[in-house]
Ligand binder design. Sequence first.
Ligand SMILES: NC(=O)c1ccc[n+]([C@@H]2O[C@H](COP(=O)([O-])OP(=O)(O)OC[C@H]3O[C@@H](n4cnc5c(N)ncnc54)[C@H](O)[C@@H]3O)[C@@H](O)[C@H]2O)c1
Length: 166
Amino acid sequence: MNLFLETVQVLLLSIWYNVESFVHLFVPRKRKNIAGEVVLITGSGSGIGRLMAQEFAALGTVLVLWDINQDGLKETARLAKQSGASRVHSYLCDCSDRNEVYRVADQVKREVGDVSILVNNAGIVTGKKFMDAPDSLIEKTVEVNTMAHFWVSQTAPTSLRTLSWK
Ligand SMILES: NC(=O)c1ccc[n+]([C@@H]2O[C@H](COP(=O)([O-])OP(=O)(O)OC[C@H]3O[C@@H](n4cnc5c(N)ncnc54)[C@H](O)[C@@H]3O)[C@@H](O)[C@H]2O)c1
């Protein structure tokens, strides 16, 4: 396709999506019912992961919480139950450790069943300027913020993996 046609296509699509979004301000989209779905949230011992656990709990899901922080997991599980989760299962798991991810994933499969919604949330920040960050911290950041996503996604059932990777 030539540049002119591509530009026209982008303009028309952007008008279409803007009109569609405007209409949906007044006509809400039909929301998917996810009650009973098994939702795995990594890094759910605090912050955004904890907030997502509470949101998913209110929708009647079964929660699987992973974190390296035991106390944080306990508190999230308490809040999730309070918010209406049908069941909450917490596991200590370092997502940057491939073997641990595979081991805990097997345990989840046996104890809870297949995960149908995966939220790869666990992450760290160095809190330092790039040039001041020690090598070990840079390596850890890559392990947690990048490699862990591969290990965790690998453990998902085929149906879910197909969805996540497309
Ligand atoms: N908060 C923000 O403004 C912001 C902005 C952009 C991206 N993010 C990303 O969103 C995600 C959540 O951020 P947050 O602000 O809630 O951070 P947070 O530090 O409050 O929570 C991260 C959680 O991940 C857990 N965790 C860390 N390493 C882990 C590991 N190896 N295995 C398992 N769990 C591990 C921590 O224990 C913690 O409970 C992170 O990936 C972060 O990089 C956050």
